[in-house]
Design a binder for this molecule. Structure first.
Ligand SMILES: *Cc1c(COP(=O)(O)O)cnc(C)c1O
Length: 223
């Protein structure tokens, strides 16, 4: 395991660069978020040494444990479902929370950020295909949630995130999220980020405009 992360990071970077240039995009517009869930702080350090600047976690305990060890040599992203009672542990540790999906959660994040004297960046998670099993707000409800959240103090809505349904062509869903973002930026000009694409489909996501790709297994190996 040790020593295998750097070459994988290099390969993923090359694939992002190729997908971006095929799409006529600057690869510098795409941030690689290496999702380290189930892997330890040692793996995060190895990724950081390979040049990874952004680490994603989907469980609060893992985020706080690894952030306590690795510190701010990387930027931390929270990409998993966030329970309201866990907000306190995440605000200020994660520079970007990808999973805002309901107004009470926005209100709790806002209150916590204000109490800490900081501004918390968030993405609105969109359930693009309306799957019962997935978190995220329906596409037609996303603009209202984004605007209501953006009006709260201490909260900065930076864009949208999605996890497309498994076993379907993700392209149509990525394109739909991009169109939703394009409409949203007319009212929230700062909401430009598009968090989409994982190990199986990050090149398609880059082609469709992703600014953040969340890549786990292709970097850290199988879970
Ligand atoms: C685990 C996870 C990823 C990374 O998935 P891989 O298939 O390992 O690349 C991305 N986003 C979220 C929300 C995740 O939970």
């Amino acid at each position: 395991m040790s020593g295998s992360i750097a070459p994988r990071v290099e390969q993923v970077r090359e694939r992002i660069a190729a997908a971006a240039s095929d799409a006529g995009r600057d690869p510098g517009e795409v941030t690689l978020v290496a999702v380290a869930k189930t892997f330890g702080a040692d793996a995060v350090v190895e990724a950081a040494e390979a040049g990874v600047s952004d680490i994603g976690e989907s469980r609060v305990q893992e985020l706080t444990d690894k952030a306590a060890v690795v510190g701010d040599r990387v930027r931390w992203h929270f990409v998993g479902h966030l329970q309201t009672n866990k907000v306190k542990a995440v605000v200020g540790v994660a520079g970007l929370i990808h999973s805002l999906d309901r107004l009470p959660l926005a209100e709790r994040i806002s209150a916590r950020a204000q109490a800490s004297g900081l501004s918390q960046r968030v993405l609105v998670q969109v359930n693009v295909a309306g799957e019962d099993s997935k978190h995220g707000v329906a596409p037609e409800e996303a603009p209202a949630l984004a605007e209501q959240a953006a009006a709260l103090p201490g909260l900065e809505v930076a864009g949208l995130m999605t996890i497309p349904p498994a076993a379907t062509d993700p392209r149509v869903h990525f394109a739909a999220l991009r169109e939703l973002r394009d409409r949203l930026t007319k009212v929230l000009p700062g909401a430009t980020e598009l968090s989409m694409g994982m190990s199986a489909d990050f090149e398609v996501a880059v082609a469709e405009g992703a600014t953040l790709v969340r890549v786990g297994e292709a970097i850290f190996g199988p879970r």
